[in-house]
Structure formats: C-alpha cells, structure tokens
Design a protein around this ligand. Structure first.
Ligand code: SF4
Length: 357
C-alpha cells in the first residue's frame, strides 16, 4: 500500500466494494498519521480492517541497525523489501534533531551509478532504484521512531544514497505524497532534492507543479576539475548544467543551492573561489561550502584558513555563502565520511551537511 496515491487508494477501496472515501481515510491513516498496520486504523470499520489485512500489506522499511551520535543525530540502516519482485536492499536514512525542527536525509537508490570520485556509494554501482513506498517509508519510520521528541517542523533532504533524478518517476511519486498537505504535509520550502547535475532531470523537474527546492552538487570551478571528481560532467558539462539552472523557474521565495565540498589542495584555492563567483553570476543562488571529512578516499580536509578565505572571496563579491560543518561525525553520518561496511556492502550518505539550513 505504501507509495500509493490518494486516487489509487480510492480506486482500490472501490474494487473492494467499499465507498471511495474509505480510500481517502486509508491515505490519511498511512501518511498523515503514519500508522504502520491496518489494525491501528481505527477510523475504518473492523470488517474492512480485517479484509485489508488479508488482501494487502503495508511493508515499512525495517530498521536493522541504528547509530546515535553524541550530537543527537541518528543514522538508521534500513532493510528494504517492498515486494517479492524487488531485490532486498539496504540503505541509510539520517535523522538530525535541532532546536526547532528535525531534518531527515533520505536515500532514493541503493548504490549509485554516477561514480563521483569522493563518494564511496559510487563503488557499489547501482544495486536498484527504490520504489516510492520505500522512499516515503524512510520518513514515516524515522518520524515515528522519534515521536516523543518531534518538533513541529520536518525538513527532508534527498541527499542520501543515490541520484534522485535517475529514479525520477518514483522520486516524484514519493514527493507528491511527502509534500501533500493531506499526506505527510512537508512544506516544499522544507524539502530539498540534491543532484549531481542530471540536466534532463532538472528540465523535467522544472515542469512539475509540486516540487522541492533544488540543490546542485557543484564541487569544482572548471570542467577539467569537475570531470576529474565527477565524471558525469563529461555528459553534462558546466555550460549545459548552468544553462539549465538559469532556465529553472524559481518561485519568489526560492534560491538554487550549490554545494561545494572543499577538498584540501584540490578545489579550495582563491582562484577556484573567483571562478565559482563567475560561474554563478546572474543566478539567484546560495553556496554551501562543505569541508571534506576524512574518509577512506585519497583526499584531505581543507585548511581552516583556506575555508575562510574561500568564503570571504565569495561573500565579498555578493554571493550568499555558508560554511556547513557536518553533524553525526562520530557515527559516520556526516558528509564525506562515506566509508561504512554493513553486511559486506559499503553504504554511504553524501552531502549531508548541505541540508541543515
Ligand atoms: S555523490 Fe551522490 S550522485 Fe555522486 S556517486 Fe555519490 S550518491 Fe551518487
């Protein structure tokens, strides 16, 4: 049932000989209330609950491990098996509590085919796409697990495993439920999709009536440099990517976010900063600088003076810029701390810090 739209659930109710409004009640119970079993849906008649338990199933992602950081961040390892046709998969979801809100970082694919050189998920290759239900389920379970301390505002960031725009249909289907005021009721202002720069996906997203904010993983100041750390740049070079960004129809309250992981000695020079300013000229954008966290990859963290110099150079040219320090470093939930072995699989989350704003 998870991942079904209100319309589909209404049709499903009809197919059971029930009035269509029962479908809306199920939709509300599943997504607005986060109920994880039919027996808990007490707004439905007992007979229907029993019938649903026979003919349908709510298969929530199952927590197989969780790691709690000293700063309150919780990293969940979920086992997913939405149906018998789908390969079992393991992904991560990170819950970050703050004073007035929580941010949940979710995965959209198990593994990833994009091959960014600073990301260990890339070494897995693509295992499989997640279904809409598996994407929505991560938010429901993470919220339920923290119900006692939940703040009124939830932010979601699609920045976990996978490239969201390469699993477009399932991601959009999930977002329609997540952002639906009658569904999980997350505000589009509090939802961010992060992409490595899949231009056709950005163009499609621009056409959607319901869409989150858009973040682009930039990470370099020239094509040569970007291709070296993000080979996807060969297919969608900076000119094409930034052209799609310039055409992207921003809502009045919206800015594009550009994430820039600072890799010591590689992309953190003053020349890089000046080139970034030029690249982003004429874009309503903000830049999140994310100092690299030590991981099992041949990069090093940037020098603190370089970080400040980079930030200052951007700010002086009028570019809105923030330095984002990672959370959950002690449980390997932080941006760039990508190496983690779970059941013989390297699992990672990326760009996490960029979300917390
Ligand atoms: S950074 Fe994102 S898009 Fe790039 S390989 Fe890792 S998961 Fe895929």
């Amino acid at each position: 049932m998870l991942g079904k739209s209100q319309e589909e659930l209404r049709e499903f109710s009809e197919s059971l000989g029930e009035p269509t409004y029962r479908g809306s009640q199920i939709y509300h119970a599943l997504y607005a209330e986060g109920l994880q079993s039919f027996s808990a849906m007490t707004a439905l008649p007992a007979k229907l609950r029993a019938q649903l338990a026979e003919v349908a199933e709510i298969r929530m992602p199952r927590i197989v491990r969780q790691h709690r950081s000293a700063d309150g961040t919780v990293r969940y390892v979920f086992e997913l098996r939405e149906n018998d046709r789908a390969k079992p998969a393991t992904v991560e979801t990170v819950f970050m509590p703050e004073e007035k809100r929580q941010t949940i970082c979710i995965s959209t694919q198990a593994g990833c085919a994009v091959d960014c050189q600073f990301c260990l998920t890339a070494t897995l290759g693509l295992i499989r796409n997640l279904t809409a239900g598996e994407i929505v389920g991560q938010v429901i379970v993470a919220r339920e697990e923290n119900r006692a301390t939940l703040k009124p505002q939830t932010n979601i960031v699609l920045m976990g495993q996978g490239e969201p725009l390469l699993n477009y249909d399932a991601v959009i289907r999930a977002l329609r439920i997540l952002l639906d005021p009658r569904g999980l009721a997350i505000s589009p202002k509090h939802a961010t999709l992060s992409t490595s720069g899949i231009v056709p996906g950005i163009e499609r997203l621009a056409e959607e009536a319901v869409r989150p904010k858009l973040a682009i993983s930039l990470n370099a100041s020239s094509n040569e440099q970007r291709t070296r750390i993000m080979p996807i740049n060969r297919k969608y070079p900076l000119e094409k990517l930034l052209e799609a960004c310039r055409k992207y129809p921003l809502r009045p309250w919206e800015r594009l976010t550009f994430e820039y992981v600072l890799l010591g000695g590689l992309n953190d020079s003053p020349e890089d900063a000046r080139r970034v300013v030029k690249l982003l000229a004429n874009l309503r954008a903000k830049v999140n600088l994310i100092p690299w966290n030590p991981g099992n990859l041949p990069y090093r963290p940037p020098d603190p003076t370089r970080i400040e110099e980079f930030r200052k150079l951007l700010a002086e040219k009028g570019q809105l810029v923030f330095v984002r320090y990672s959370r959950g470093q002690d449980v390997m939930a932080a941006c760039g701390q990508l190496a983690l072995l779970e059941s013989q699989q390297v699992i990672s989350t990326t760009q996490l810090t960029a979300s917390v704003d």
